[in-house]
Design a protein around this ligand. Sequence first.
Ligand SMILES: O=C(O)CCC(=O)C(=O)O
Ligand SMILES: [Fe+2]
Length: 391
Amino acid sequence: MAELFNPPAADLPGKPFVEQWVRPSTTKLDIDWAQLRTIELSLLDSPDPKVVQNLVDTCRAAIRDDGFIFLTDYGVSYDQHRSVPPPQHERRRQGTPALEPDESGTFAGWKPRFGWRRDKGAPDGIEHYNYYQPQFESMDKVPTCMHPFWDEILAFCNYLTYSVNRRLLKLLSKVLELPDDWLWDRVQSKNGPVGQGYFRQAMYYPADADVTARGKGTRMNGHCDYGTTTMLFSVPISSLQIWGRDEKWRYVKYNPGALVINIGETLELVSGGHFRATRHRVVDPPEDQLKEERLSIVLFQASEGDLRMEPAYESPLLKREGCIDSQGAYREFKKLREKGMAIPTNRQWREVQIADSHHPTDAAPNDTIVYINGAKHLKREYLGVNILLPA
Ligand SMILES: O=C(O)CCC(=O)C(=O)O
Ligand SMILES: [Fe+2]
């Protein structure tokens, strides 16, 4: 049995009192929700091989069809989830280094409510703090108001990476019929609590007139994440939408205490397209939640930066069924290989995209807008790879 999350106490001497997060009401409206499957992660430890096989089968279907799953019973209880030290809103400005998304190719630090670049941009109503490896190495890079809670944040990120994600990658390796630690050993980056990924505490403030005028209800354009797995804590404000195989956007429903997992582009490539890096976006919530603040806590797990990803050809699943020439990253990277061009390393791939970050509802400067069956898409190119995103 995997050990349960057992964080340092929140009431140790010297720690400021933090009120428990009060859960906003869920929407009462009747919405066309995405029908996601649930994976109860503790079942992976079952002594009964049939139970484990069932879990693998459910997981295979979920990541092939949806690219998103609800993960439950992963070792962090709902009450622990509610008391994760909060992002502290405006207080994070104190002693807080600025966001560095420009040349560095990372998003480390504090993002104000005005775009994603160092210069003040148009308002987007999204404030967040991103903790990368340098933040875990030097407290100078951590907002002073978060210092008293650092033991808890550290324990939380370590647990999510070294327990939850490791078990999840074991399950995904089983889907590929590879040895249990294949993805963990060969793909996942593992230095420190977040590897080459990052931990984000974000607040989406209710859209004001300026934000609405610009985004028209969209808060973050459709995109895929580029890492291995993204671990999002399910939140009551329903704003996350995923792009279904039927080419429709659907909201992800609140599932108290669950992690919403989505597959990043690296795993789409490694799995030869059997896993889907599903497009997703953030929009205004339903009418009855429009005035609520939306807290979003995410750990973006990353692949090892120096690797150039190839499909895991030794996977019996890939040998038997071949690679799936689906939409998304796999097809585009395959074209590069066919032209004899080197595919980018994982680091190049994520850094070129971060360096190009812009207002979350804008097209990037080099995007072309195209309509496919009447639906607006953004066409963009990075390092010779074409990307088509539903906007
Ligand atoms: O806040 C969310 O629910 C998702 C955000 C997201 O997709 C991202 O930052 O990549
Ligand atoms: Fe995302």
